[in-house]
Design a protein around this ligand. Structure first.
Ligand SMILES: *Cc1c(COP(=O)(O)O)cnc(C)c1O
Length: 389
């Protein structure tokens, strides 16, 4: 029976004991597993499904998380990693060689952009950036050396939503490996493998963990051969997750459906209130009819997410003053936790960019990124409103 994701996140596969089984997944905080039979130990080191020998190769707690997220994303199998960037570097380095070309969306997560620049400067990987507005951009950017199309379901911070099924189809027609960073949407709002993606990845640190206490990532593969290759690469390069981080994530993920419902409902409310406020010139939220991708988002996403960005009329000073004036909402670099968090890109994450470079990324000097938490919406708004000019 094909269960709803809201059910899948609650029930995990747990081990069988002589007369019972634990209801929650136990934490196997073990780096090593003992064997009676030397052949069995040798065999356990040959693949991801031959038993557990050494936790960099596989661990029962980690495996339970991988199976849960693979099922949520509709993939064959998953590999959990030490961070979201661990998953991203594995997705890139596991496939790309010197001289290969990547087509990526231009408004990428900053760390991904930095990783691609590093691969370019040090390993001769070529990258072209496309706006992600018209699927014909893919065919126009393809070269004989193009290997990969790299997309994000909802982009940071201005929440653009590309027509994922159309872009993935264009990537497939060009013979490319398609990779989607689904961090902002989570598998509750979008399942890129069902739209044709080969690899989906997450920063678990954000919504999947959800409680601002885990740094981790995960790769989900549509087919078995790519999974085995991805597992082998990640294991050899050492980007594997720690079992405790996997255990915390399993605990957090049980409320993912519940949390996402609240994140989306709150964000939608806050976006409407911001849009009606005189100090705000623009609100970026895919759920608003004024958003350039609203129609696409209605098709690609089952809800519009918990991230809202907005532009303040007063520019850089107004943004800086706003973040200083908040009392409940936390000023923080990250997002996706149960608590509301805010970031002013121009004075923090993107402070090295001048007004022109910011504009190219769709950000203004007065842009604020709000990760809307699961608190009572009225309390979030009361804090935002008192800090607005
Ligand atoms: C945070 C983030 C990452 C990187 O994840 P880390 O866990 O910080 O390594 C990648 N992609 C997106 C969209 C993110 O928000």
């Amino acid at each position: 029976m094909d269960q709803h994701p809201a059910t899948r996140v609650v029930h995990h596969h747990t081990p069988t004991l002589p007369n019972s089984h634990p209801i929650s997944v136990p934490l196997y905080q073990a780096s090593n597993f003992g064997f009676d039979d030397p052949d069995a130990l040798a065999d356990a080191l040959t693949g991801p499904d031959r038993g557990f020998a050494y936790s960099r190769y596989g661990n029962p707690t980690t495996r339970a998380l991988e199976e849960t997220v693979a099922a949520l994303e509709g993939g064959t199998a998953a590999v959990a990693t030490a961070s979201g960037m661990g998953a991203i570097s594995s997705a890139l380095l596991g496939v790309l060689k010197t001289g290969d070309h990547v087509i990526a969306q231009s408004c990428l997560y900053g760390g991904t952009y930095a990783a691609l620049s590093y691969l370019h400067d040090n390993f001769g990987v070529q990258v072209s950036y496309i706006p992600g507005e018209d699927p014909a951009e893919v065919a126009a950017a393809v070269r004989p050396t193009t290997k990969m199309l790299y997309l994000e379901t909802i982009t940071n911070p201005v929440t653009r939503v590309a027509d994922q099924p159309a872009f993935l189809k264009a990537g497939k027609e060009a013979g490319l490996i398609t990779v989607v960073d689904n961090t902002f949407a989570t598998p509750l709002l979008c399942q890129p493998i069902r739209h044709g993606a080969d690899v989906v990845l997450h920063s678990i640190t954000k919504y999947l963990g959800g409680h601002s206490d885990v740094t981790a990532g995960i790769l989900v593969f549509a087919d078995d051969a790519r999974y085995r290759h991805g597992w082998h690469h990640t294991m050899e390069m050492g980007a594997m997750i720690d079992p405790f981080a996997a255990w915390l994530t399993l605990r957090g993920i049980q409320t993912l459906a519940l949390r996402m419902r609240q994140h989306c409902a709150n964000a939608s409310r806050i976006a409407e209130l911001l849009a009606a406020h005189p100090a705000v010139t623009k609100v970026h939220y895919p759920g608003l009819p004024t958003h350039p991708d609203h129609d696409v988002a209605k098709r690609v996403l089952s809800d519009f997410g918990g991230m809202v960005s907005f532009d303040l009329a007063g520019g850089r000073d107004a943004g800086y003053t706003f973040t200083k004036g908040l009392r409940l909402v936390k000023l923080a670099a990250s997002l996706g936790g149960v608590e509301s968090m805010v970031l002013h890109p121009a004075s923090t994450s993107h402070r090295q960019l001048d007004a022109d470079a910011l504009a190219a990324a769709g950000i203004t000097e007065g842009t604020i990124r709000l990760s809307v938490g699961i608190e009572q919406a009225e309390d979030i708004w009361a804090d935002v409103e008192q800090a607005l000019p």
